[in-house]
Design a protein around this ligand. Structure first.
Ligand code: COA
Length: 177
């Protein structure tokens, strides 16, 4: 099995959108409703929405397994937080998307992609990487914990049309390059 990770340039966003639609419809039933799946796909995974992510400086990287698109991750620097004293500034990165086709789960590819994101964010100066994960997404929570992420917070976010994201925020300190 040969895996490569490559940036999703604007001309490849159709690959990201196609993967997202397959993965969400396979993985999220039982975690959120079918209507919420379609609502979030239309909102966040239309080509225009993904192009907007790239425009805002969010990186989207695709993983190919033996030349076939297997999944993707989206991440970027989030904010600079100064401590109340002003003495310490810490930069956090946010992993907004991590999705792998079901046929590729359980082979360490998700962990490899996560480690790639940690490395990239560390290279950009981030000291901490955070993400939101649905509280009922046991498989993903297990993968994040196996990679050193801890639950930091519990958040309920209204996302419009009466839908909510009922998430844990998980985070991990990053090694500096
Ligand atoms: C979350 C997700 C990316 C994790 O990907 P993954 O490849 O399944 O996870 P990992 O890389 O950690 O694989 C771990 C499993 O592979 C096994 N494995 C096999 N070969 C391995 C290797 N070479 N290296 C590491 N683990 C390996 C591990 O033992 C582990 O098995 P276990 O789960 O029975 O303990 C994936 O499950 C996914 O895309 N889920 C659906 C979408 C989703 O929920 N995304 C997150 C949204 S917040």
């Amino acid at each position: 099995m040969k895996t490569t990770i490559e940036p999703a340039t604007p001309d490849r966003l159709d690959i990201v959108a196609d993967l997202a639609h397959r993965i969400w419809r396979a993985h999220y039933p039982g975690i959120i409703t079918a209507r919420q799946i379609e609502y979030m796909l239309a909102r966040d995974y239309a080509i225009d929405a993904l192009a907007g992510d790239l425009d805002r400086g969010i990186a989207i990287d695709l993983v190919f397994v033996d030349g076939k698109p297997g999944g993707f991750a989206a991440y970027g620097l989030m904010q600079t937080v100064a401590a109340p004293s002003g003495a310490v500034a810490s930069t956090a990165a946010w992993l907004s998307k991590l999705y792998l086709q079901q046929s590729f789960h359980g082979r360490g590819i998700g962990s490899m992609l996560l480690q790639h994101v940690c490395r990239k964010c560390g290279q950009q100066g981030a000291l901490h990487l955070r993400l939101g994960v649905n509280k009922h997404n046991r498989k993903a929570i297990k993968a994040y914990k196996a990679n050193g992420f801890l639950v930091e917070q519990s958040i309920l976010t209204a996302i419009g049309d009466g839908y909510y994201m009922d998430d844990y925020v998980m985070g991990k300190a990053l090694d500096q390059p």
